[in-house]
Ligand binder design. Sequence first.
Ligand code: C2E
Ligand code: MG
Ligand code: MG
Ligand code: MG
Length: 276
Amino acid sequence: RSKELGRGHHQFFRADMNQRSRERVQLINRLRRAQEGGELSLHYQPQMLLSSGQLKGAEALLRWQSPQFGSVPPDRFIPLAEDSGLIEPIGDWVLARCCETLRDWHAAGHTQLTLAANLSARQFRARNLVQKVAAEIERCAVPASSLVLEVTESVLLDRDGLTRDLLFGLKDLGLRLAIDDFGTGYSSLSYLRRFPVDILKIDRAFVRDLGKDADADALVRAIAGMARALKLTVVAEGVETAEQAALLKMLDCDYGQGWLFGKPQPAPDFARLFMA
Ligand code: C2E
Ligand code: MG
Ligand code: MG
Ligand code: MG
């Protein structure tokens, strides 16, 4: 009897797996056409100077509105884009759009604003990444210093030395590099000395427990202290409450990003809300 039950469970599990992998293949096929179909867009989330509440710039976050699947969250489709290689054309498109947005902001007189784009590990395997970024910056005639590229710690494992060359190549263009989701990766901190990093983005997992958990406070304080010693800028992610913002300011974090300040929005809404 228990054997039967076991087999039944097994079959159920297999059917579920098949369903999931079918869905996966379907999503990849749809994603392949999404870019041309205009289903991809960027939303912009504000980043504020914690000491004054002044707008510093934004992070560009990819959105996929599929006629078939509805709104697909990036945590679902970015991994598929990475596995299938689609992240390369999509990533190129993101970079191009970001430079165009910066051009628009500059044309409107907001030359002090920065814009951060996310780069996935897979994009670091394209050898012409530096040339691509340089070409977009030039095409849009925006200062490289307005552009921030966010990478996760996993990019910095640098198994072959190529990553180091790429990061220095990007830095030489004059842009800034941020470590995204800082504190959640598995890499050693030694990369902070080896690579030309400018900004640490404290993962929202640490921010969430601020004020509730003494360990979370201690961690954020330690990260901010280390960042200051290394002359790095700190951005806190996932700031949802005024209490968190006040604590982050007290703990010497420079910038905050999160729902307290604003959710990611399409460019026109962002401009209307934050750049008036
Ligand atoms: P991320 O780069 O760490 O982006 C921050 C995520 O936190 C975003 O999720 C944002 O909407 C969310 N967030 C911001 N403020 C709050 C808050 O106060 N509370 C909570 N709970 N969440 C907040 P999103 O937009 O779903 O993006 C998820 C991830 O997908 C990003 O994490 C990034 O790793 C990836 N991603 C997004 N756009 C791109 C892209 O253009 N290229 C690549 N390679 N990855 C991207
Ligand atoms: Mg990011
Ligand atoms: Mg992050
Ligand atoms: Mg993330």
